[in-house]
Design a protein around this ligand. Structure first.
Ligand SMILES: Nc1ncnc2c1ncn2[C@@H]1O[C@H](COP(=O)(O)OP(=O)(O)OP(=O)(O)O)[C@@H](O)[C@H]1O
Ligand SMILES: [Mg+2]
Length: 627
């Protein structure tokens, strides 16, 4: 098992220690005189006298050998008292096609520490997490993990069809599979002998996995996470972001896992819910590994950062900001050394070129050798890249782009949007802000359902909603309005089984291959990646592909529902700039304060009372008014 560790206090020195669990660091013990010295404890008085005997004979190396052997063994004794890494990987490599995600990685994760797993979109975070959970097998190397792991996957919509309480129980896969199979057998009109035998076996599993108290155990967990009883029977798809994450956390915690692995848990969460999650995670005592692009969040919870870059994973002590400092230092140090070496090589080569034909052949020869020795080991390139986003309009819309007249939407008795009236002018950038469940997506859906360009089928797919999108009032889009839409569940629109190129091309068959390839390249899908299958896209890659579609369609209205979820920092910046430069109209649902601050020219603030405050000015002005 190898441990690779970089301590921020000593970031100038990279400490790499390698140990093998069943083999002491000092595998050899030395035989000196008639005594064998195995470790410092054994060294004792007789050992010390051996050392001094050597010293008195000026046999320094003999004395040194005894001491080194003893020290090594002592170190091993100290190492073996460290708490075992509960999760460890050794010599793990993963690559897809030409892209190396990480090569020969050995690292471990110990209880009581809270690790952030970082890296840009597509760097392999979710893949690494799947290796840790056993969902994927590494192409090379081995992974050791405890039997019970709690996992929250990146796709928070995966359980939308299931009841809340069932979703929690699914956290215990073995139990859930047994319960389902048992259900199927009971549903049969007639049972065979084999069915009876199977039932016996299944009951055994249900018993072993505490299945008879599963519902009440799940209910207690949900209550602990502030999900009231009446929600337990509802369907996941009806829950808003904050509630959904709580239920998925309950799922992850179900069955008392020794480790908790969370893939982007803050996506779709408002600030209050993020704060709640921080408090919750800081109290967790097992091994915690969290993937996130949210710097503030990572700074609040992490004791360590495992960063994927340069085709490896390096674990830094400290928070995200500490990692950035340490990483920059190490990087600039290596680059500085390389620059020195390159300079030296250039000088030597100049000498070789000048004198190779002359009489100084031995000097030339020795310089050639020196060049070979100095040859710079090529640094793996950093995987941090910035996409280039640019939203254009095929043709501008009329001045009055959208009218809302007493728009209302209720779910059953609950009125979520109440009599909202507003008029939107071309070029406005409106930020829709407010807490989880305040009704932002509900209003957006009501507007889109009545838009000339977003097909209803698409909206059904992304919202998973089958009822009426508008309960009362009117939505009137202006002449020439063409709406481009980025859905909160944007992945739902990317059907599997196609290549990235095919998926994008279908939205405008008249576009040339060069145009499609150009757009993909701009959004960091190089040539090979255009042929990648849509099934395997990472969260951020899927989002980038939707942006390609919007750039291809060139709409004059952009409706973006939480577009920064899944995006890395570079992509969020690129989106921010693109939206600022966009000449069309934009409606933007987001919790990202920078985006609201720098892009919005108008605010629709969804208040707790289901009223919407319509403020015609920038966020800073709005805050000043509120203060
Ligand atoms: N089965 C596969 N075949 C080919 N490529 C794959 C496969 N699975 C994943 N990939 C690619 O591997 C890379 C890493 O994917 P992964 O989902 O781990 O990224 P990530 O770091 O979680 O990114 P994000 O921040 O966007 O969620 C991506 O480029 C993805 O397209
Ligand atoms: Mg991911």
């Amino acid at each position: 098992m190898g441990i690779q560790l970089i301590d921020r206090e000593h970031s100038d020195t990279t400490l790499r220690a390698t140990r093998t669990t069943n083999e002491p660091l000092a595998a050899s013990s030395r035989s000196i005189g008639e005594g064998r010295i195995h470790d410092l404890d054994q060294l004792g008085i007789s050992g010390m006298s051996l050392v001094s005997a050597h010293l008195s004979k000026d046999n320094l190396s003999g004395a040194r050998d005894i001491l080194i052997t003893a020290l090594r063994s002592r170190l091993w004794a100290i190492f073996s008292q460290f708490p075992e890494n509960m999760i460890s990987v050794s010599n793990v490599s993963m690559r897809y096609g030409a892209k190396v995600l990480f090569d020969e990685v050995s690292t471990g994760f110990t209880p009581g520490k809270r690790y952030g797993l970082t890296g840009p979109n597509g760097s392999g975070k979710s893949t690494f997490m799947k290796l840790l959970t056993g969902e994927l097998d590494p192409q090379k190397g081995t992974v050791v993990h405890p039997k019970k792991l709690g996992v929250l996957s990146q796709d928070q919509f995966a359980f939308d069809r299931y009841r809340v309480i069932d979703t929690v129980i699914m956290g215990n896969k073995r139990l859930w599979a047994a319960l389902e199979e048992r259900e199927k057998i009971y549903a049969k009109p007639e049972m065979t002998d084999a069915d009876g035998m199977k039932l016996g076996e299944l009951e055994g599993i249900v018993g072993e996995e505490d299945g008879y108290t599963a519902e009440s155990d799940a209910a207690i967990l949900l209550q602990g996470l502030d999900i009231p009883d009446h929600v337990h029977e509802r369907i996941m798809g009806e829950l808003q972001g904050g509630e959904k994450v709580r239920v998925l956390l309950a799922q992850a915690l179900f069955g008392h896992p020794q480790a908790l692995l969370l893939d982007e848990p803050t996506n779709h969460l408002d600030l209050d819910s993020i704060h709640w999650l921080q408090g919750f995670l800081n109290k967790y005592e097992g091994v915690l590994i969290v993937i996130s692009h949210d710097r503030h969040f990572l700074n609040k919870i992490c004791t360590h950062i495992a960063d994927i870059d340069y085709e490896t994973i390096i674990t830094y002590t400290g928070t995200y900001d500490d990692m950035v400092v340490a990483k920059t230092q190490i990087r600039s140090q290596i680059e500085g050394q390389n620059a020195q070496r390159e300079k030296k090589i250039a000088q030597l080569n100049e000498f070789i070129a000048r004198f190779s034909a002359g009489t100084r052949s031995s000097q030339v020869q020795s310089r050639r050798k020196e060049v070979e020795r100095l040859q710079v080991t090529e640094l793996a390139r950093s995987n941090i890249q910035r996409p280039f986003l640019k939203f254009e309009q095929k043709r501008p819309s009329g001045k009055h782009i959208l009218e809302l007249e007493s728009v209302s939407k209720s779910y059953g008795d609950a009125k979520v949007v109440r009599d909202f009236t507003a008029s939107v002018i071309r070029g406005e950038k409106i930020a829709l802000m407010g807490r989880n469940g305040a009704g932002k997506t509900t209003l957006v859906n009501a507007l889109l359902a009545n838009s000339p360009t977003v097909p209803e089928a698409e909206l059904r797919k992304t919202s998973g909603y089958e009822g009426e999108f508008l309960s009362g009032g009117k939505v009137i889009w202006g002449h020439e309005a063409s709406v481009g839409y980025f859905a909160q569940d944007h992945k739902a629109l990317i059907q599997p089984g196609m290549t990235v190129f095919e998926w994008l091309h279908q939205w405008d068959m008249s576009a040339s291959h060069e145009e499609i390839r150009g757009l993909l390249g701009q959004m960091l899908f190089p040539r090979d990646d255009a042929e990648k299958r849509t099934d395997v896209l990472s969260g951020g890659e899927a989002a980038r592909l939707i942006f390609c579609k919007l750039m291809l369609q060139k709409p004059n209205v952009l409706v973006l529902d939480e577009p920064t979820n899944h995006l890395d920092l570079e992509s969020i910046n690129a989106l921010n700039i693109a939206l600022q430069r966009y000449q069309g109209t934009a409606l933007l649902v987001t919790h990202d304060e920078d985006l609201i601050d720098e892009v919005a020219t108008r605010i629709w603030h969804f208040e707790g009372t289901h009223q919407i405050t319509d403020f015609k000015g920038a966020y800073a002005e709005y805050q000043a008014v509120l203060a």
